[in-house]
Design a binder for this molecule. Structure first.
Ligand SMILES: [Zn+2]
Length: 129
């Protein structure tokens, strides 16, 4: 069962599925309802749940750690977009320009590696992150 903390109170919410097969979360005490209806949101949710999997966060750490993880995941997504854009431009210009783009691509990939290890540190270290 996929779980996410409520963004207001931190309580663990069980994922529910609506009649269209889309995921949503309800926090009874807060009355918050979070519906995820678009493909991008569902992908982001799955990514986040994968990252949080097996990680039992101390109650008070939930929101803080969650936002950190979200920020890193968002940055990784942005970099992947940049890489895709660079790939689309490769071979369209002079060889020097291609070289520049390949170099830029390497730097972006290195940044992703750094972010992934940062993500591991955030998700799996003790509460003191
Ligand atoms: Zn709540």
């Amino acid at each position: 069962m996929q779980k996410l903390p409520c963004f207001l109170c931190g309580r663990q919410l069980d994922q529910r599925i609506d009649k269209n097969g889309k995921p949503y979360f309800v926090c009874d005490p807060c009355g918050t309802q979070i519906f995820i209806r678009r493909k991008t949101g569902i992908e982001n949710l799955n990514e986040l749940v994968r990252t949080l999997k097996g990680r039992d966060l101390p109650f008070r750490e939930h929101a803080r750690v969650l936002y950190k993880i979200q920020a890193v995941l968002a940055e990784i997504r942005g970099i992947k977009k940049e890489i895709k854009a660079l790939d689309g431009e490769l071979g369209l210009f002079s060889r020097d320009k291609d070289k520049e783009r390949k170099r830029a691509r390497e730097l972006l990939n290195a940044r992703i590696k750094t972010l992934l290890s940062q993500l591991k540190r955030i998700a799996y270290s003790d509460a003191h992150v």
